[in-house]
Design a protein around this ligand. Structure first.
Ligand code: SF4
Ligand code: SF4
Length: 182
């Protein structure tokens, strides 16, 4: 008798399981056959951070090099290289920090008057290996120059694959023929 009860219990469990499978079989499919297909409902997805371009110039980020995101990041993911506006890449690397009178390493001259200080991003490094996607950098940026990307399908085989230069990425995303604003 205990054997029969066990058999009936097992059959009932099978019927319940098949019922669940049957109901799910006729429900709309939410998953896709990756990598043959990819989902397209990524509007609220938080991928790694990306630079946002100026409205009038798809090749230039809104960034004003205040470095608040660098200070806000709890994981030390962000490093920014900057230069004076108009300076050639690799040329005079002199640049100014936010604090009046301070000059970064490599600078030899006294800073110009503050009203003449204009810096631009030379490189914007993100070490995504360290990022916790906390969003503090995005929240902190005073000019909305950072946003979460929709990169849901990143993959790589080494840490170096997740070290990004966001200025390069922004320029690769820019529409063909994009011009830098004067
Ligand atoms: S999301 Fe958080 S951890 Fe990632 S770069 Fe921004 S501040 Fe750093
Ligand atoms: S907080 Fe915004 S404006 Fe300031 S350095 Fe970071 S990205 Fe640039």
């Amino acid at each position: 008798m205990p054997g029969l009860a066990k058999t009936i219990k097992g059959l009932w469990s099978l019927i319940v399981g098949l019922g669940v499978t049957g109901v799910e079989f006729f429900r709309p499919q939410l998953t896709v056959h990756y990598p043959r297909k990819e989902v397209d409902n990524l509007a609220t997805y938080r991928g790694h951070i990306d630079l946002v371009a100026r409205d009038d110039d798809p090749l230039t980020p809104r960034c004003i090099v205040c470095r608040k995101c660098v200070a806000a990041c709890p994981s030390g993911c962000i490093a920014i290289e900057s230069r004076l506006v108009g300076a050639e890449p690799g040329g005079d690397a002199r640049e100014l920090s936010l604090a009046p009178g301070l000059i970064v390493t490599g600078s030899h001259a006294a800073p110009p008057p503050r009203q003449k200080i204009r810096r631009e991003v030379a490189a914007f490094h993100l070490n995504y290996n360290l990022c916790s996607l906390c969003g503090l950098c995005v929240q902190t940026c005073p000019v909305q120059s950072l946003a979460f990307s929709r990169e849901a399908y990143l993959c790589g085989s080494s840490r170096a694959d997740f070290e990004f230069e966001l200025l390069e990425r922004l320029r690769r995303r820019a529409p063909a023929g994009g011009q830098r604003a004067a």
